[in-house]
Design a protein around this ligand. Structure first.
Ligand SMILES: CC(C)(COP(=O)(O)OP(=O)(O)OC[C@H]1O[C@@H](n2cnc3c(N)ncnc32)[C@H](O)[C@@H]1OP(=O)(O)O)[C@@H](O)C(=O)NCCC(=O)NCCS
Length: 186
């Protein structure tokens, strides 16, 4: 079964991610990071409700989100769970109104079957690369950048780095207006 992750799934998600992170297939995720971002994840669970697959959705910007920490336990691979996890994640992005999904991956054929296409990684916004600073392959990344376009109404996305609106200025209270409920002793 595929469902949204809940906090009791986090230890199972951490174990799964660690197995593949140790083989250099994805980034490690701390428990703190996973609990904080529990709403990002869908999980595949077995009949005893143990986590056997996971996929996260990280919103990068108004028009872009990343599929991350996609993993299916090796004993359960090839049964369609990975595809269904990505499809659930695509639905999540659609509900949020996000126009484009991306993945940095070695699994090009798997993602192509789901409708993703390969793009030049340099076309992805700089913000995407912030996580790469934590990656041991930072200087020699060989992952393939892939994107999936959703048919959601297009919106005008603000430019990164530009503040929206003006800085709110707090009104300065005149001396005699301060603490109006405190009675003067005189
Ligand atoms: C990639 C992964 C998530 C796929 O999960 P899965 O549950 O095995 O995938 P599915 O069963 O949904 O496979 C869907 C189709 O893709 C194919 N497929 C799966 N993995 C594939 C691969 N590595 N290369 C090519 N095709 C693949 C399957 O044969 C299946 O084809 P079919 O529909 O014709 O039968 C899983 O192999 C995995 O956890 N890999 C290790 C972690 C990893 O690399 N994650 C990706 C990080 S971006």
């Amino acid at each position: 079964m595929i469902r949204r992750a809940i906090v009791k799934d986090i230890v199972g998600i951490a174990k799964l991610v660690t197995q593949f992170a140790e083989r250099g297939l994805m980034l490690h995720r701390s428990l703190e990071d996973l609990y904080e971002n529990v709403r990002d994840f869908h999980v595949a669970v077995d009949d005893e409700d143990n986590v056997v697959g996971v996929c996260g959705l990280n919103v990068v910007w108004a028009d872009l989100a990343e599929v991350y920490s996609l993993a299916v336990h090796h004993s359960q691979q090839g049964k369609g769970l990975g595809s269904r996890l990505v499809e659930a994640t695509i639905e999540d992005a659609r509900e949020l109104g996000i126009a484009k999904l991306m993945s940095l991956t070695y699994e090009q054929r798997f993602f192509e079957r789901l409708g993703f296409t390969v793009v030049d990684r340099m076309t992805l916004p700089l913000k995407v690369w912030s996580e790469c600073l934590n990656c041991p392959k930072n200087q020699a990344c060989d992952e393939i950048a892939m994107v999936y376009h959703l048919d959601v109404p297009s919106i005008e996305a603000p430019k990164p780095g530009k503040p929206i609106g003006s800085i709110i200025e707090l009104p300065v209270l005149a001396d005699d207006m301060e603490h109006p409920d405190v009675q003067s002793e005189s």
